[in-house]
Write a protein that binds this ligand. Structure first.
Ligand SMILES: *Cc1c(COP(=O)(O)O)cnc(C)c1O
Length: 362
């Protein structure tokens, strides 16, 4: 599909933009959105940019009943030179296709999706916030739109991209979170959909999240669904431990989401000469390391927070306080470096950053 085939309908009533120091996550959306249809036998067709608006779907649309959907999350940043940049966006569309495979949804063309996204950002370029720490959060997603109550992969889909200006994850600078280790509920098991970015994984995680929040913990650490023994990931983040100088992260085992931040952190650590081991790590091993004073740091990685230092784990009745509940030096260095690369403040030796266009705001 060629770019010139994309129709653009501009909104006639532009919205008032929220104040950049008052941005909340995912509550306000830009003036436009991208949308494209899929029809079995025809493929993806009618790519278009239209004013942000409600969808028109039949109540029988399959998404409402059997949850066939996938999504992505990435951010655009405005550099000090007024250029808009994206961080490894092709990885998001490649992962979208991996999720599509698992959910029986047709692939999208990665290059075309990226072209469409860049066009959409250019149309709404005034929405990329400038204030330190802010960004434009981008949410591509695909839903099954066919009106049919039979249980089967749908024959019609919509691929949509919406965008929302978001504030800094850390209002008062990077600080650690308290995490409850989940010993009752399961997010995903081998052979399930844990590896796919699909709404159902989040629906099944809400209960555990609710229980742990009531106890004063902001997120849960998931263990493997079979033995409840091995560490998997945290909420919407992958997890890393620094034990006795070695950085360890659970290996991708089929039930863990392969985070783009996770991959980037491993590459960055390797670049710095750290040994990073991807392997199974049990909660017992983490606890023993803690008891013997060798658990130096723990942190989560994901697009939203980039790095989220972990100041405390609650595992059954045991509280493990890490780094006196403060941000460890490696977590801070990783956060500072990765955010500086993502915002164009620091040279990007890995070629991770993609420009949307030159000088969009003069
Ligand atoms: C999106 C997501 C992550 C983080 O992935 P990034 O690409 O680093 O943002 C981790 N775990 C889950 C379950 C996720 O949905």
């Amino acid at each position: 599909m060629k770019e010139q085939e994309m129709e653009i309908t501009l909104s006639t009533t532009l919205k008032e933009k929220p104040k950049e120091d008052k941005l909340e996550f995912g509550k306000t959306f830009t003036d436009h959105m991208f949308i494209m249809d899929y029809t079995q036998g025809q493929g993806w067709h009618d790519p278009r940019i239209v004013p942000y608006q409600p969808l028109k779907l039949e109540p029988s649309a399959m998404i409402f009943h059997y949850g066939q959907s996938v999504f992505e999350g990435l951010k655009a940043y405005l550099t000090e030179d007024d250029e808009i940049i994206l961080f490894r966006p092709e990885k998001n569309f490649e992962r979208l296709n991996k999720s599509n495979d698992r959910l029986c949804i047709p692939h999208v063309d990665v290059d075309f999706a990226l072209t469409a996204l860049k066009k959409l950002i250019q149309v709404d370029k005034e929405w990329v916030p400038k204030l330190e720490g802010t960004s434009l959060y981008i949410r591509p997603f695909i839903i099954a739109t066919e009106p049919y109550l039979g249980v089967a992969p749908a024959g019609h889909y919509q691929f949509i991209i919406i965008m929302s200006p978001v504030g800094s994850y850390y209002k008062e600078g990077i600080h650690p979170v308290k995490i409850a280790v989940e010993t009752q509920f399961t997010r995903a098991v081998h052979g399930g959909t844990g590896e796919a970015k699909t709404g159902g994984n989040y629906a099944s995680s809400l209960k555990a999240q609710e229980v742990s929040e009531k106890m004063g913990y902001s997120q849960v650490l998931w263990l493997d669904g079979v033995e409840k023994k091995y560490v998997e990931e945290v909420g919407s983040m992958n997890v890393f431990f620094k034990i006795d100088g070695e950085v360890i992260t659970p290996e991708l085992n089929g039930s863990i989401l392969s985070g783009i931040t996770r991959t980037s952190i491993i590459e960055l650590l390797n670049h710095w000469g750290y040994q990073v081991t991807e392997r199974k790590i049990s909660m017992e091993e983490v606890y023993n390391a803690y008891k013997s004073g060798k658990l130096e740091e723990a942190f989560g990685t994901g697009t939203a927070a980039v790095i989220s230092p972990i100041g405390e784990f609650l595992w059954n009745d045991e509280k493990m306080v890490i780094q006196n509940g403060e941000t460890g030096p490696l977590s801070r260095k990783l956060y500072d470096t990765l955010t500086a690369i993502q915002t164009g403040k620091q040279e990007d030796p890995f070629n991770w950053v993609t420009k949307v266009s030159e000088k969009v705001r003069v």
